[in-house]
Ligand binder design. Structure first.
Ligand SMILES: Nc1ncnc2c1ncn2[C@@H]1O[C@H](COP(=O)(O)OP(=O)(O)OP(=O)(O)O)[C@@H](O)[C@H]1O
Length: 212
């Protein structure tokens, strides 16, 4: 499902991150660990095709991302990937429902209102559908970002520090939601975290990778 060999990324400022070779088989999930600054967010951005690695080979869902043009990567990302970023990037001017429907509008695609309804139900957000992001709790906003990431039924779901700002109960709930929804949708999860609660809760379907 995911494989990288000889992968390195050098930022313009000079920092170079070297990733040891790795392969994640179909049906497993990835728990990406490592101290602050070890490269977790960089690796997620590479996996999402948002950054292009300076060296190496990176295969995601059968595609060699480094062999694709930026335009091809954009199309691939829209069709394959859901991303729950660390800073949720909800649009402040749009309702919860509007936030779920915005990516399709931006991509010039038809909005799947039925899918939005299904996810609002599934993630217990229906009663909040007309609220604006500033009217949500941290946990509710996280669920909106997750629902938005799932709109196009991605094969791969990336989440950067999904427990950030959540208390223990909401952390457990978020992880259960991620695992259940991934199982229901047949999606592979990649979670980047340094939260001991997340690491302790990850079941045997997760392969751990510690970045150094
Ligand atoms: N845009 C950038 N330009 C230059 N260096 C960067 C840039 N983004 C990140 N870095 C550097 O790359 C390294 C890896 O950063 P990254 O954000 O991937 O780490 P991380 O493991 O996700 O950290 P954290 O857990 O604190 O979010 C760090 O040394 C960071 O300073």
């Amino acid at each position: 499902m995911i494989e990288w060999r000889g992968l390195r990324h050098r930022y313009a400022a000079g920092t170079e991150i070297v990733f040891d070779d790795f392969e994640l088989r179909e049906g497993r999930h990835l728990l990406l660990r490592g101290a602050s600054g070890s490269g977790k967010s960089t690796l997620l951005a590479l996996l999402a095709g948002l950054l292009s690695a300076s060296e190496g080979r990176l295969l995601v869902a059968g595609q060699d991302l480094r062999a694709m043009s930026a335009r091809q990567r954009d199309a691939w990302r829209g069709a394959t990937l859901g991303f729950v970023p660390q800073r949720l990037h909800l649009s402040a001017a749009l309702t919860v429902r509007g936030n779920l429907e915005l990516p399709a509008l931006c991509a010039g695609l038809p909005v799947d209102h039925g899918r939005a309804d299904e996810l609002l139900d599934r993630l217990e957000l229906h009663a909040l559908a007309q609220r604006l992001p500033h009217q949500l709790s941290v946990g509710q906003a996280q669920r909106v970002a997750l629902a938005r990431a799932l709109m196009r039924r991605p094969r791969l779901l990336l989440a950067d520090e999904p427990s950030a700002g959540l208390d223990d109960a909401n952390t457990a709930r978020m992880l259960a939601l991620l695992s259940q929804t991934a199982a229901e949708q047949g999606a592979t999860l990649v979670l980047a975290t340094h939260d001991a609660r997340v690491i302790a809760a990850a079941d045997a379907s997760f392969v751990e990778r510690v970045l150094r």
